[in-house]
Design a protein around this ligand. Structure first.
Ligand code: SF4
Length: 699
């Protein structure tokens, strides 16, 4: 009986960056069911995760008391049973756990200096929590070695956007597609990863819009609705995109007036692009020259076009170059700043946009203000009561783990991240975590990373919190608690404040609203967005022009936040992947998410319906590849790369190219990142998750 509930709370889905608004119905202190409400992004819709993925918060594995490592615990490793961790950990009071956690980090600070301690924050927390966490590291340890999962998803996109457009956020909401004539979806599989956004994309195609899907892995969902499918060879994004732009340049299809009015660097770019003819690039990228020409002409001739991309673009050593190409393509055609136009990197986690905006990034303070800028440091010295900000950009996620492996970083505070599953070459990452002198993990479950911890602090889940989050559309939205936290679990902001006080910081926050108000002092993006408005309206989009303005869905119609208001063309060269197939490793491994499971699986594998639908680790191979291997669908295969090997069940999937294997990264029993390469994009410092050389055999 859906009418039989005790209370309801309007909140936000805790999973992907679409940021669907939900009404959480509660009966007898537990979530009974969830339904979509009319948020600006979802308009009442939800996907399977939003609808059936909430009962993870009531799972018996929830951490309900602080835990500390036992003095007689076995060595740090993954052999901890989350249901029975008592050989490794014992319960502690909050007082004891916080004292141990903070004093352990403070001791390292005293003996080895502040840079011996680093912090990983989380895109699953609220904006206020992300802000407080980066402040704690910057103020408490006097450096910028604080990062979060944006490094593993869209760091390269943000690097390219900041460089060429002057802002790391999307230029238009995904809902703007309804005003477009053509849309390119490249390196993204929204049907699985941004399912509610995908419903808008399908509607666009059904209404006659031209959908162009460019994806080397292949996908069942949007391809069926596409005007053109371009299944190009993995790792050849720059070749394909440059060839498209070559057609636009050579046939003079570009928007001359727009280029003259709003851009710089066109002539150098034009000269560069001339070498990338479709005939030359066709073999390399595996798309025939005529199709390249057809798509180029359609995109350039369209009245309004949008470009969406995902981690198929960003997670390469040339991820920043890939995004530079997409930006140049939009600028060439003047497809920015008007209804139905725009650049939109589809953000992954629920609050990765907000956590990035809040400064949970090693190079920049809140609102992407560079730590190298003396005026920025002056501003924060003033707001943070005399704190000197380190002028040196900090280390990124993979760099921090590497320094831990080398013994240069000796302590870490990890809030809501799971590097023991999410880092590339995860055997290396786990070894690094095991070497730390002091590891504090704050989470809702005993994650694989928490298994290496000295102190584990039990946190509240999103449906138990008050705060704000920001979705892929730049919509700042209010999160409200539906149920109380189990046992003694506490909201992350409260734990971070307690840690800060024990680390000697003079913090006196008593409510997230006070944190939000402090954020507004340095974040121009929050101008005209107040806590009171968010409580009343649920969501406001930034930038916002006034107290009654719902915010700007489309930005940069009158220029860019760069020198002279001009965006820039940055030429990109073709760079091969860091390792290419050879005799020993003849196929290509690519990794990603699947519809039912979220990232490292810590939440969705504990959601009963989602786990029932997808209970076991699997990989996808083309039927012809399976036949060659002599493996039936459902049989086991062994995947081996230069980093390690694992056995996993194989599925037949006609969408996957015959020389490729797709492996989701949600399963600890077949952890994809045992196999992946930690080679980094030099600009975004993002690892090449989307391309590793692999050997596939019958297991
Ligand atoms: Fe949640 Fe994303 Fe699904 Fe919306 S599309 S319900 S935000 S997982």
């Amino acid at each position: 009986d859906r009418a039989d509930y005790d209370s309801e709370a309007k909140s936000i889905c805790p999973f992907c960056g679409v940021g669907c608004q939900v009404s959480v119905k509660v009966k007898d202190g537990k979530v009974k069911y969830v339904e979509g409400i009319n948020g600006p992004a979802n308009e009442g819709r939800l996907c399977v995760k939003g609808r059936f993925g909430f009962d993870y918060i009531h799972h018996p594995h929830r951490l309900t008391k602080p835990l500390v490592r036992r003095d007689d615990a076995p060595s740090k490793d993954l052999d901890v049973d989350p249901a029975n961790p008592w050989t490794h950990f014992r319960e502690a009071t909050w007082e004891e756990a916080l004292d141990r956690a903070a004093h352990g980090l403070a001791d390292l600070r005293s003996y080895y200096g502040g840079k011996s301690v680093a912090g990983f924050g989380s895109a699953k927390c609220t904006n206020e929590e992300a802000y407080l966490f980066q402040k704690l590291i910057r103020q408490g340890f006097k450096h910028n070695n604080v990062d979060h999962c944006t490094r593993l998803c869209h760091a390269s996109s943000v690097a390219a956007l900041m460089e060429n457009v002057g802002s790391g956020a999307v230029t238009a909401s995904f809902n703007e597609i309804e005003n477009a004539d053509i849309a390119i979806i490249i390196g993204a599989n929204p049907t699985e990863n941004h399912p509610v956004a995908a419903t808008f994309f399908k509607q666009f195609a059904k209404n006659g819009g031209k959908l162009v899907v460019m994806d080397p892995r292949g996908q069942g969902g949007l391809e069926r609705h596409a005007w053109k499918n371009m299944k190009f060879r993995p790792g050849t994004d720059v070749a394909l995109l440059n060839a498209i732009m070559n057609v636009i340049v050579e046939e003079k299809l570009y928007d001359r007036q727009y280029i003259e009015g709003f851009t710089e660097g066109f002539f150098e770019f034009r000269d560069h692009i001339r070498a990338f003819t479709p005939d030359r690039m066709a073999d390399l990228c595996g798309i025939d020259a005529e199709t390249i020409r057809e798509v180029a002409r359609a995109f350039a001739d369209a009245r309004a076009g949008m470009i969406f991309w995902g981690m198929g673009i960003s997670q390469h050593i040339h991820g920043t170059d890939n995004s530079r190409c997409l930006i140049s393509l939009a600028l060439l055609c003047g497809h920015v700043g008007r209804p139905g136009t725009g650049l939109h990197p589809l953000r992954g986690q629920n609050n990765v946009q907000g956590a990035s905006d809040a400064g949970l990034i090693p190079q920049v303070m809140p609102d992407y203000q560079a730590v190298t800028d003396a005026e920025v440091r002056d501003l924060f010295r003033h707001i943070w009561r005399g704190t000197e900000i380190d002028a040196t950009p900090g280390l990124t996620v993979v760099e921090i783990i590497d320094r831990a492996y080398r013994g240069e970083i000796r302590g870490m505070y990890v809030l809501g991240e799971n590097p023991a599953m999410s880092d590339p070459d995860v055997s290396h990452a786990r070894k690094a975590l095991s070497k730390l002198d002091h590891l504090v993990v704050q989470d809702i479950f005993l994650t694989e990373t928490a298994m290496f911890a000295d102190v584990i602090l039990p946190a509240a889940a999103l449906p138990e919190k008050t705060g704000t989050v920001t979705n892929t559309n730049r919509q700042v939205q209010m999160v409200r608690p539906a149920v109380p936290s189990p046992g003694e679990a506490r909201e992350d902001w409260r734990i971070v404040v307690d840690m800060a006080r024990r680390l000697g910081l003079d913090w006196d926050y008593t409510h997230p609203r006070e944190v939000f108000d402090e954020m507004k002092m340095s974040m121009f993006s929050l101008h005209h967005i107040t806590w009171t408005r968010l409580e009343a309206e649920g969501a406001v989009t930034y930038p916002c022009r006034g107290p009654d303005d719902p915010g700007q869905e489309v930005v940069f119609g009158d220029g860019f936040p760069r020198r002279a208001g001009r965006a820039r063309f940055t030429p990109a060269r073709v760079t091969p992947p860091a390792e290419v197939p050879d005799e020993s490793y003849p196929m290509i491994l690519t990794t990603g998410r699947q519809l039912e499971h979220w990232h490292t699986g810590s939440m969705t594998r504990r959601a009963s319906v989602l786990d029932a639908v997808e209970p076991a680790a699997n990989c996808s191979l083309h039927p012809s590849t399976l036949r060659k291997l002599g493996v039936a669908p459902g049989g086991m295969v062994r995947l081996t790369t230069r980093r390690g090997a694992l056995d996993v069940m194989a599925r037949a999937d006609r969408n996957v190219a015959p020389d490729m294997v797709f492996l989701p990264f949600a399963y600890v029993e077949a952890a994809a990142n045992i196999l992946t390469n930690s080679a980094l994009d030099p600009f975004g410092k993002i690892p090449e998750f989307k391309y590793s050389a692999v050997r596939v055999e019958a297991a």
